[in-house]
Structures are given as C-alpha cells and as structure tokens.
Design a protein around this ligand. Structure first.
Ligand code: SF4
Length: 240
C-alpha cells in the first residue's frame, strides 16, 4: 500500500510484475537489528543487556548470510558492518530498558479481510500487554526519525496494526511507539477510535484504487525524490 501511494508504477514493478531487486544495505541492516532484538526478548529479563545483544549479533548475522549468500557481495567490510550494527543496538538501550518489562509478542502476524477483494496483513515488531491489560505496539526503525510535521505519516503504519488488533481482539491499543535507532528518538501516540476508523477509510480507498489500477492495467508513474533510490529508474518510462 505504501508503494502504491508513493508511485503506482513502482507498485506494479514489485507487486504485479514481481521483478527481482538486489538486497539493499539499509534493509538488510534493519533485518539484522530486528532479529537481534527479537532474540533478546527470548532471554530471561536479567539477561536482556547490551552485552547479551552484542553477543547475539554475530549468530544472527551468520543466519542471515546463510539464507542470503548474495550478502557477501553487499557487505565487503564485515568489521565496519558489525560496528555499525553494534552502535544501533547501543542506541536501543538508551531508549528502552528491556530488563524492566515483559514483551508478549514479537513479529506478531495480524490479518483481516477488509472486503471480499482486499486482504490486509502485517507483522508487528513487538506487542506488549501489561498486567493491567493495556496494549502497546512497538516498531523499530534503524533509520532516523522523520522531520517535524511528518510524524503523522510515520504513525500510519502503527495505526493500521492497532486497527487490526482492535478489530480482531476487541481491545483498543493504549500506546503506539516508534523507536528510531538512527538518531535515538521515539515517537509515541495514543490511538483514538476516530483515528483508527479514519485509517480504515484510507486503507479501503487505497485498496479500491489498487483494484481499479489492476482492472484497467493503468499504473501511472509518480516522480519524486524517491526515484533516486528506486532500482527500476533505468526502465521507468518517467525517466526514459
Ligand atoms: S523511478 Fe520514480 S517514477 Fe519510476 S517507478 Fe521508480 S519511483 Fe516510480
């Protein structure tokens, strides 16, 4: 949905044509940090320390390389790679003290049939249910936090998760938390029913736009700064 909103043609390349893309350094770094933080919460509370996270890092990276041998071409300087990942993990421990609370779910899969034609699903990095029953949805970002004024856009993803959880479990999450390890910032928001209903309306509209684009096979290009990072720029009609 994000791809379609950014550029329908990009969505077509990825979701319809399913063209292969090389792995990206940022995405792979994100995967690695997510894997380590997931493993960290499998440890007993007193072991959830930075030292443990740093100990878990090499094994997580080894697993990642085993499933994607092409990463050997992407990461040439292993020491620099591990150092940067270690710095991000150190940033995490400045923002949360994972030994002080229990996490209920990691990589929780949420799904729903929005309509007969639209199926929506996603994976929540972490969902914590307090002993009092309050629910917190957490998402880790390895990049930097958005510029002032862009926080609402960033929160949309978590509002979608909150909507799915609310509709499936009947509990309105109390807090949404975006953790930006790149610049050690946190964005928090308490979702309201009105916000989640508005998110549902936006999702349904985007879903309908996607269905119309598929029916008419019309996926317009949308030039923006994102084009500089788009792997398909060399074949995109907007640039040729
Ligand atoms: S290069 Fe830009 S316009 Fe073309 S597909 Fe990619 S994002 Fe869309």
């Amino acid at each position: 949905m994000n791809d379609f909103t950014n550029c329908p043609q990009l969505y077509k390349y990825r979701a319809i044509d399913q063209l292969p893309e090389p792995p990206s350094v940022d995405a792979e770094r994100g995967k690695l940090i997510h894997a380590v933080l997931e493993d960290l919460f499998e440890e007993r509370s007193e072991k959830r320390t930075l030292d443990t996270a740093l100990d878990l890092l090499p094994a997580a990276w080894k697993r990642q390389c085993e499933t994607q041998p092409e990463l050997a071409q992407l990461v040439l300087d292993q020491k620099e790679w591990i150092d940067r990942a270690s710095a991000l993990l150190a940033n995490y421990f400045e923002l949360e003290q994972p030994h002080t609370f229990e996490s209920t779910y990691r990589e929780l899969h949420l799904e729903k049939n929005v309509s007969e034609e639209i199926y929506l699903h996603g994976y929540v990095d972490r969902l914590d249910i307090a002993p009092t029953g309050e629910v917190r949805i957490v998402d880790y970002k390895t990049g930097k936090s958005p510029k002032p004024g862009w926080e609402e856009k960033a929160l949309f993803q978590l509002r979608v998760y909150a909507l799915l959880y609310w509709q499936n479990q009947g509990v309105l999450p109390r807090l949404l938390k975006l953790i930006y390890l790149g610049d050690r910032k946190v964005i928090e928001s308490s979702p309201t029913e009105a916000q989640l209903k508005s998110a549902e309306k936006i999702l349904t509209n985007i879903g309908q736009e996607i269905l119309t684009a598929i029916e008419t096979m019309h996926f317009p290009t949308k030039k923006s700064r994102l084009c500089d990072w788009c792997f398909f720029k060399t074949i995109c009609p907007a640039h040729n």
